[in-house]
Write a protein that binds this ligand. Structure first.
Ligand SMILES: NC(=O)C1=CN([C@@H]2O[C@H](COP(=O)(O)OP(=O)(O)OC[C@H]3O[C@@H](n4cnc5c(N)ncnc54)[C@H](OP(=O)(O)O)[C@@H]3O)[C@@H](O)[C@H]2O)C=CC1
Ligand SMILES: Nc1nc(=O)c2c([nH]1)NC[C@@H]1CN(c3ccc(C(=O)N[C@@H](CCC(=O)O)C(=O)O)cc3)C=[N+]21
Length: 282
């Protein structure tokens, strides 16, 4: 079984991005990313940390705001309104989830779609579904980037997506549909998940439960993309039992080191795009 390592994909995308940024560096352009973290969610903290580090390494500036778990709706709103109006801010990453007292859907929809790098706003989703310019969420884009990087064809293939969340399952299914795959979306009410999975040439797992999928459920030769980031016995593991795929799947992404290691770079590509979209003359 071939290991579809995320680092190779991220490195290839970083190299292409660095080339685009070279031209800007000579002009001393500063492109700032706004990172908004509210509360104590562990996965959100992890992602914010990787994001800030990678952005700075690539030469971007970062305006990071950490608000406490007790923050009010008005405080969170104020940051988004400030960034919408700030010319130096080209993109914003509001980390999810936000604490329960915050209406995060309302907050997100305040964000200018032009700065919505993770495709979270209603406007962004509407735009991209209609094929207009806008940002798809980064995690689905990372899945597609991995398939593309390893030359795995999608057109005409049977794809099963497990999970139907706004940020992963639904958008990845639509992106694959746009690439002419035949897509089945499964979820917690799917009657016979194993039977659906057996039909799949490509499986995208976005469930959020450790090892709910294993090799016995997979069609021989299938490709498995595991989006899940879960804790099991003190280790980070995916939704798929990776070891059990050996001798069955033809290729699979590991966790960690798979999809999650590509998303940060994909978001920064969007930040660069947002700069060029606003400065067409460059
Ligand atoms: N690698 C990365 O960059 C990222 C990774 N993640 C990870 O991806 C995973 C999914 O995240 P997210 O989409 O936000 O999660 P959600 O909890 O929002 O969605 C999970 C989906 O899985 C479905 N589901 C739950 N249990 C089962 C089951 N037993 N069988 C079939 N389907 C099931 C749910 O169905 P229903 O709709 O019926 O409830 C739901 O649609 C998580 O582990 C998360 O940490 C998330 C973002 C980025
Ligand atoms: N608006 C928003 N978008 C997100 O995409 C988002 C979010 N909010 N909130 C939190 C979750 C969680 N998440 C992670 C992604 C990667 C790792 C991770 O561990 N990544 C690498 C390692 C880090 C690296 O080297 O880049 C890996 O999987 O190997 C963890 C967590 C994104 N999320």
């Amino acid at each position: 079984m071939k290991e579809l390592r995320g680092k190779a994909v991220a490195d290839a995308h970083k190299a292409a991005l660095a080339k685009k940024l070279e031209a800007l560096a000579t002009k001393q352009v500063v492109i700032t990313l706004g990172i908004l973290l509210v509360g104590d969610d562990k996965a959100a903290h992890m992602y914010a940390h990787f994001m800030e580090k990678t952005a700075r390494t690539m030469g971007f500036a970062v305006d990071r705001r950490d608000l406490p778990a007790m923050a009010t709706q008005a405080e969170v709103e104020a940051v988004i309104r400030e960034w919408n109006a700030a010319d130096t801010i080209y993109g914003v990453l509001p980390l999810m989830p936000m604490p329960a007292q915050i209406d995060s859907e309302y907050i997100v929809d305040l964000l200018s779609p032009d700065k919505d790098l993770d495709g979270l706003t209603t406007q962004s989703i509407g735009r991209v579904i209609r094929g207009k310019r806008g940002f798809w969420p980064c995690t689905p884009r990372a899945c597609i980037a991995i398939l593309d990087h390893y030359d795995i064809p999608v057109a005409g293939k049977e794809v099963v997506v497990v999970g139907r969340s706004q940020v992963v399952g639904k958008p990845v299914a639509l992106m694959l549909l746009d690439r002419n795959a035949t897509v089945t979306i499964c979820h917690s009410r799917t009657a016979d998940l194993a039977a659906k999975l057996k039909q799949a040439d490509i499986v995208i797992a976005a469930v959020g439960k450790a090892h709910v999928i294993d090799g016995t459920m997979i069609k021989p030769g299938a490709v498995v993309i595991d989006v899940g980031i879960n804790e099991l016995d003190g280790h980070t593991v995916g939704d798929v039992n990776y070891a059990s795929l050996d001798g069955i799947a033809s290729a699979a992404t590991p966790v960690p080191g798979g999809v999650g290691s590509v998303t940060t770079t994909i978001l920064l590509e969007g930040l660069c795009e947002a700069y060029y979209a606003r400065n067409v003359d460059c």
